[in-house]
Ligand binder design. Structure first.
Ligand code: GLP
Length: 241
């Protein structure tokens, strides 16, 4: 594993965008695994800027998002679908048919999950997966005590995650309690992974992830076993290492 400690959020975002853009330049039909949350917003901004000045072309890229709230329509302001459109897809030349985000309104959720993994497999797997991390060590929406063997599945959100994510909703009661998320197995099958973290709220999770025991209690700790993972973290998130 590689650990890159940077001074601040801006530097983290720039480094991550450069890694993503390099991947696309080297392999224009790359399969990108994308994340949501506040952490990657800056990286998406950088990528949009790079696209606008002609440094990167997304016309052959395929994307797969990590997760989506279950029960939220894709047009809901808080859906991850809407987040991706606003932060990235509306501003670059990725083709609509190449965008994949779990369907949070799927009636047959089990089928949706199996189909999602099958679609990833069909395109040859994810070349580079971006991850944020929850304060409890979750990745995607794989909460503590998740099975490391699971593919994409319906998850019940942890109290802590619901509380953390309530800042995006009008009230905590509006935060969905379940989500469709790529599983740990799906994530671990990505060829390359970059995990971004900033701020002191992530320091404990980062310490446990990088230096702690590999345990389902800290889902991100499994990344210690991945052969090509890079952590890009700011000084505050690295504070306990
Ligand atoms: C959500 C997402 C995760 C994300 C995490 C951290 O729960 N499902 O993919 O990494 O939040 O969010 P933030 O970046 O806002 O701290």
């Amino acid at each position: 594993m590689r650990i890159i400690v940077v001074d601040n959020y801006e530097e983290m975002s720039k480094k991550a965008a450069i890694m993503m853009a390099s991947q696309v330049v080297l392999k224009p039909n790359s399969v990108l695994g994308l994340a949501t949350g506040s952490t990657p917003v800056g990286m998406y901004k950088e990528l949009v800027n790079m696209y606008k000045v002609g440094e990167v072309d997304f016309s052959d890229v395929k994307t797969f998002n990590l997760d989506e709230y279950y029960g939220l329509d894709k047009n809901n302001q808080q859906s991850y679908h809407n987040y991706m459109m606003e932060n990235l897809f509306d501003h670059i030349n990725v083709k609509e048919e190449n965008i994949n985000i779990p369907n949070g309104m799927a009636e047959n959720v089990e089928k949706e999950c199996l189909d999602y993994d099958r679609r990833i497999e069909e395109v040859g797997g994810i070349d580079i997966q971006v991850l944020g991390i929850g304060a409890n060590g979750h990745i995607g929406f794989n909460e503590p005590n998740v099975s490391f063997e699971a593919g994409t599945h319906l998850v019940k959100l942890d109290e802590k995650t619901i509380k953390d994510n309530s800042r995006f909703f009008d009230s905590i009661g509006e935060v969905p309690t379940t989500a469709v998320s790529m599983g740990i197995k799906t994530i671990m099958m990505s060829k390359k992974i970059i995990l971004l973290a900033n701020g002191k709220g992530k320091a404990e999770a980062i310490k446990k992830t990088i230096e702690g025991k590999i345990t389902p209690e800290v889902p991100a700790s499994i990344l210690q076993l991945h052969k090509d993972v890079t952590f890009i973290i700011d000084k505050e998130a690295a504070n306990e290492l």
